[in-house]
Design a protein around this ligand. Structure first.
Ligand SMILES: [Zn+2]
Ligand SMILES: [Zn+2]
Length: 345
């Protein structure tokens, strides 16, 4: 009992001491708090280290189906450069939350013009600019890139000029408020080398996401390492061709078996619209088993499934994604989560 009283007394004295210390130093503590709040965000610049690796951050792993996941977005750090592949809804905010170095963003690559892949584009361009990006931002994408860029220019210019009026040209470089656009056109083989600088090569290839045409996948190569992003596609031989021997294949996958059961349930409920949309979806996406077949045929080292819908947030829905794949593909199969980081060393 006596021992307990001593502990209690020491505890109370400690609280008293902390209270008195905080009271005496309250101005300093408030200043420190305000200083931290008003400083630039503490970005994770170490991701830009030139350590010979390719780092993939699966920022958004959701699909257009309802769910809490951020929609399609992947950040890639390679050779001291920061690129983003697709900017689905929620992506820009998630990139900031993950403290990815927005002020060093160099390029945005879009796979195709479905809303779940580009709705956050103006937001990301604007946020990187306001976060003091001092380099040009390059936007790469397929047709109709010009239509998107023209609309976005009108959309952003109002805000950009207000910022200039507020802070003046010393602070605001109006020219950096909009991206430099690069239309990707594929050759007869469905291929285009998009980027080749400082040892970093980014190639685009056409995939099968009809009626969207073209829809692209990307291969990022650096110092003998490679990462392939399928984009949205049905099972595609093009992915097999361009993913040959890749260290990571990040492939889209929808829970086909789960969706097929949902179609039956929606039909039973008389909800024809939902049943029709879910049936259509199966025509332009890939099942987990098909993604595993592609990974096996391409001989990739690791398969990561993303664009997961319905999102596998519990053991029941996870079961529909990553089971019975080991007979098809020997490598490891992972389900991407928002904010995961993978390093190819
Ligand atoms: Zn999609
Ligand atoms: Zn799509």
């Amino acid at each position: 009992m006596k021992k307990v009283s001593y502990v209690l007394l020491i505890f109370l004295l400690l609280i008293l001491f902390v209270g008195v210390f905080a009271f005496i130093n309250q101005d300093k503590l408030v200043d420190r708090f305000i200083s931290r709040q008003s400083d630039a965000v503490s970005f994770r610049y170490e991701l830009l280290d030139m350590d010979g690796t390719i780092k993939l951050v699966t920022v958004g792993t959701g699909s257009p189906l309802p769910g809490d996941r951020v929609r399609s977005c992947n950040a890639v750090f390679v050779g001291g450069k920061f690129f983003v592949f697709d900017v689905g809804p929620g992506a820009s905010r998630a990139i900031e939350s993950l403290r990815l170095p927005l002020d060093r963003l160099e390029g945005i690559f879009i796979t195709h013009w479905h809303a779940d892949h580009y709705m956050d584009l103006p937001e990301l361009i604007n946020r990187s600019w306001l976060m003091n990006r001092t380099n040009d931002l390059h936007l790469y994408g397929p047709d109709p890139l010009d239509t998107i860029v023209n609309g976005m220019r009108q959309f952003l210019e109002v805000e950009n000029h207000f910022r200039l009026d507020h802070h003046g040209p010393e602070i605001i470089d109006i020219d950096l408020g909009l991206p430099i656009s690069h239309l990707i056109t594929l050759d007869a083989e469905g291929y285009s080398k998009v980027y080749d600088r400082d040892g970093v090569v980014i190639e685009a290839f056409g995939v099968n996401h009809e009626p969207i045409h073209p829809a692209l996948g990307y291969r990022i190569s650096y110092k003998g390492k490679s990462l392939v992003i399928s984009g949205d596609t049905k099972r595609s031989d093009q992915v097999i061709k361009y993913a040959k021997g890749a260290d990571i294949l990040l492939h889209e996958a929808l829970g086909f078996d789960l969706i097929k059961r949902a179609i039956v349930i929606q039909e039973e409920k008389g909800n024809k619209r939902n049943a029709t949309i879910l049936t259509d979806i199966l025509d332009y996406h890939t099942s987990p088993k098909e993604a595993a077949e592609v990974a096996a045929a391409a001989g990739v080292k690791k398969l990561i499934l993303t664009h997961l819908g319905p999102a596998p947030e519990n053991p029941i829905s996870r079961r529909f994604y990553a089971t019975d794949l080991e007979d098809i593909y020997e490598g490891s199969v992972l389900l991407a989560e928002d904010g995961d980081i993978y390093t190819i060393e």
